[in-house]
Design a protein around this ligand. Structure first.
Ligand code: SF4
Length: 411
């Protein structure tokens, strides 16, 4: 009775798997010994400075682990690996990270998306270094609460850092682990509604003697065997215990939330060139998904508005400049979790008005060759490539050419 009162959503599947925990633990560790991602080129932050897999309880470089775990929050391992290598080469210490210019931090992150993660890493470094300086202690927290005080770190990332860096017995519940547990239990609800139960199961399964290896094995199982679309159940060490496998359709799990309608917007973007061939860029305000990044100016198309009129209007409203909107340079689509965007990009000729940062942090005329020194969102890097191709073609046919006019203008 006491147990039921403590866990009102107690679940027979949870009890069944908890009772099998010692066996499941051993099966997973045996599988990982043979099939786990345990080469240094796969997860270099999991190795000692001498290039060894750490012994039980041996500590690893916490900075390397922390950066890797934050990069892995929304990015798969093969994609984030080169970013992690570049980041650690450029910013190899807490001191280097806290002292770096924000532009360098964002440039190192450029292409990974969710740029708030990069800014929060630097904010976290400043906080950790400050605390260590004040108290003369190691900067690295040894508790979940200590890590979760840092911006952008939830329980699972904090637990993963502690188990990876210090071999501490902390259960994890990232997206891969949720999927595995949802299938093991054939959970009839979307995982987000069963988090408390999944945390209990992850805690029950965790090997208290080899927590680092166990958590790595659990993540590897989710990433390489119990994959989102086509789980390889015949290769899975847990198939005998898996309720979704027994039910015959494991890919049906995790059960999904009812689909939301995602709003769609068209954004008119102006690539504005002046008489000297310089291009106009602006830096977004700090808040929001892409805060602090640079971009080509523009804004939302209003209902019934021609896209050339949108661009001319937005540039007048946001930068107080008058432009002649010329030919289309490129169109691109970009999907975020909460909206889909189509960018319609036109070349523009600057006519009048000193650019003012009315809706951004700052605005700057730059040489096209210098654009790489500014961190841009992924969609804008394709605009830069299109602009460079256009400039090459224009220079080949008519050196010093600027975009032809003929579109809308705005005062
Ligand atoms: S048996 Fe299949 S569905 Fe179940 S945990 Fe293993 S891979 Fe995932």
């Amino acid at each position: 009775m006491a147990k039921a009162a403590q866990h009102p959503q107690a679940d027979p599947e949870l009890d069944r798997l908890t009772a099998q925990a010692p066996l499941l633990r051993q099966q997973l560790l045996d599988w990982w010994d043979v099939h786990g991602r345990r080469r240094i080129d796969q997860k270099p932050w999991m190795f000692t400075a001498e290039g060894r897999w750490p012994q039980s309880g041996e500590e690893l470089c916490c900075l390397s682990v922390w950066v890797a775990e934050v990069m892995l929050q929304q990015t798969q391992l093969p994609v984030m690996l080169p970013y992690w290598q570049r980041w650690l080469q450029a910013l190899p210490s807490l001191e280097a990270l806290q002292a770096a210019e924000e532009r360098q931090v964002l440039l190192l992150w450029q292409g990974l998306g969710y740029y708030a993660r990069a800014r929060r890493l630097q904010q976290g470094a400043r906080r950790l270094a400050g605390t260590a300086q004040r108290h003369g202690l190691s900067p690295w927290p040894r508790t979940l609460a200590g890590w979760m005080e840092l911006p952008g770190l939830g329980r699972s990332t904090a637990a993963s850092i502690l188990s990876s860096a210090f071999d501490r017995p902390e259960a994890i519940l990232d997206g891969n682990v949720r999927r595995v547990l949802a299938r093991l239990t054939a959970c009839p609800l979307p995982p987000a509604r069963q988090l408390a139960a999944f945390w209990r199961l992850s805690e029950a399964l965790l090997d208290p003697l080899r927590p680092r290896v166990f958590n790595q094995a659990l993540m590897d199982l989710g990433a390489t065997v119990c994959t989102p679309r086509q789980p390889s159940c015949s290769a899975c060490p847990w198939s005998a215990a898996c309720a979704a496998y027994a039910a015959g359709d494991p890919a049906r799990y995790p059960v999904k939330e009812a689909p939301r309608t995602v709003p769609f917007q068209v954004i008119g973007v102006g690539v504005v060139l002046d008489g000297a061939g310089r291009v106009l860029i602006d830096q977004r305000l700090e808040e929001g998904l892409l805060g602090g990044l640079w971009e080509f100016p523009g804004g939302k198309q209003e209902e019934g508005e021609a896209i050339t009129a949108t661009i001319a209007r937005e540039l007048a409203e946001e930068l107080a400049i008058r432009v002649e909107v010329g030919e289309e340079l490129i169109q691109l689509e970009h999907a975020y979790s909460h909206k889909r965007l189509r960018f319609v990009v036109h070349l523009c000729r600057w006519l009048a008005g000193e650019p003012q940062p009315l809706a951004c942090q700052q605005v700057r005329w730059v040489e096209p060759a210098d654009l790489d020194a500014y961190p841009f969102p992924a969609a804008n890097t394709r605009i830069i490539a299109a602009l460079r191709q256009w400039l090459e073609r224009a220079n080949d046919s008519s050196p010093g050419a600027l975009p032809a006019g003929g579109g809308a203008t705005a005062a």
